[in-house]
Design a protein around this ligand. Sequence first.
Ligand code: FES
Length: 97
Amino acid sequence: MEIDLGPVSMFERLPALVEIGTGFFYLTRQRKKWVLLSTLCPHQGGEVLWEEDSAEFVCPLHGWRFDACGKTDPGNPGLKKYSVREVRGRLRAKISV
Ligand code: FES
């Protein structure tokens, strides 16, 4: 199912926190592609927060850190990703809620 996130112009500052259904996601760009990242830490489900100073997502529960692409230390899973496509100036996410 595709969810309309709104016009591209709404997302000048990234990562942007977006609400879809009952969940939150970070919209960002990776190698010129739009991507949604889950805000849920793959360790035990903490809600990761974007830390502007270090340009990382940080989980407040046990301190796992994720880079801007959602990757963390080798051997640990990164933040779950969902693809986003741009259609006539609007962003559409493939995600089930
Ligand atoms: S739940 Fe995020 S580091 Fe443990």
